[in-house]
Design a protein around this ligand. Structure first.
Ligand code: HEC
Ligand code: HEC
Length: 277
């Protein structure tokens, strides 16, 4: 009897303990379900600021760009300004950051940072303009750092970048990106001081007379190598006499002639003095 009673109490106690456990379990379940559902909720919440950004970009566009490109970026033939409905955010980011847009005179080649024209928009304004134009159609997006950053590339990669640059770019921009003249008064500007992101964007959007280099032809990995090459060739300080940037081969040749030459002269001088003494 005593045994039965205590067994009954025990099962009762177990039953009582099960309640908080069940409660904890269901709380845990609710938490898990919430965690699974939450990302979807935040991503739709993220959509709101994006709408705001696009609206802000549309306003900025109406004030700064619509006089040439039209109120809906449809392009205005009488201004020679193209439609921007399928150029993507990358084209806007490139054109505005390098100071090309808004243009002063639409009937000449766009003047950029290489010609002393500077960007006057803040990062936020450029992001808004790019988001607005990107929302109109297709085209490359503003790149993220992992698409263009040359960090961590090996010497071999940089050498490969040099090969790619000489093959694809140096005909217009010179072997180290110093720039050059093109037919009909056009200019391929210096890219020595251009930010990596804008080099990537120039390739993908083909500004002015420059051709487009799509990712199928030159993948991001190779763009990074070219950027690394341009950075390296321009980081090498030219001490004293620059020799006009003749290139590593001819500069190496002169280093050889001057270096070995002076060693030979020193040897002769020591030899003749030694003989005399
Ligand atoms: C005075 C006229 C004028 C104004 C103002 C102007 N643009 Fe342009 N834009 C042009 C012309 C002309 C071209 C084509 C010539 C060229 O690309 O070099 C062009 C080209 C562009 C391109 C390149 C399109 C492509 O196919 O890659 C973009 C992007 C662009 N403009 C964006 C803007 C933005 C954004 C603004 C405002 C901040 C702006 N423009 C203001 C005249 C103008
Ligand atoms: C056919 C000649 C030509 C070739 C080839 C060419 N470019 Fe260009 N590039 C130009 C011209 C012209 C411009 C100026 C565009 C304008 O008028 O807005 C330019 C502009 C640029 C700019 C913008 C520089 C700045 O700071 O304003 C970059 C970066 C650039 N080119 C990189 C490259 C790279 C990298 C390659 C090789 C993959 C290349 N280009 C191949 C003609 C060329």
């Amino acid at each position: 009897m005593r045994f039965l009673a205590s067994a009954g109490r025990q099962s009762l106690r177990r039953h009582k303990a099960a309640r908080p456990v069940l409660l904890a379990l269901s709380l845990f379940l609710v938490g898990a379900v919430y965690a699974a559902v939450a990302p979807a909720t935040t991503s739709s919440a993220e959509g709101a600021p994006n709408e705001q950004l696009i609206a802000q970009g549309k306003d900025l566009f109406a004030v700064n760009c619509a006089s040439c490109h039209g109120l809906n970026a449809e392009g205005l033939a009488q201004q020679g300004a193209p439609a921007l409905t399928n150029v993507g955010g990358a084209a806007v980011d490139f054109q505005v950051r390098t100071g090309r847009m808004p243009m002063g005179n639409p009937y000449t080649q766009a003047q950029g940072q290489g010609q002393g024209k500077q960007n006057t928009f803040s990062d936020d304004e450029i992001n808004a303009l790019a988001a607005y134009v990107a929302s109109l159609g297709t085209g490359p997006d503003v790149p993220t750092e992992d698409q263009y950053s040359p960090d961590g590339l090996s010497a071999e990669d940089v050498a490969r970048g040099g090969d790619l640059f000489r093959t694809n770019c140096s005909a217009c921009h010179n072997f180290k990106g110093a720039g050059g003249a093109l037919p009909n008064g056009y200019v391929a500007p210096s890219i020595e001081n251009t930010d990596p992101a804008q080099i990537w964007e120039a390739l993908r959007t083909g500004p002015g007379q420059m051709p487009v280099f799509a990712s199928g032809a030159i993948p991001d990995e190779d763009v990074k190598k070219m950027i690394a090459y341009v950075e390296q060739v321009n980081a090498t300080p030219s001490a004293g006499l620059t020799l006009g940037g003749l290139g590593p081969v001819s500069e190496g040749f002169w280093a050889w002639v001057a270096g070995i030459g002076s060693l030979v002269l020193a040897a002769i001088w020591i030899a003749t003095r030694g003989a005399r003494a």
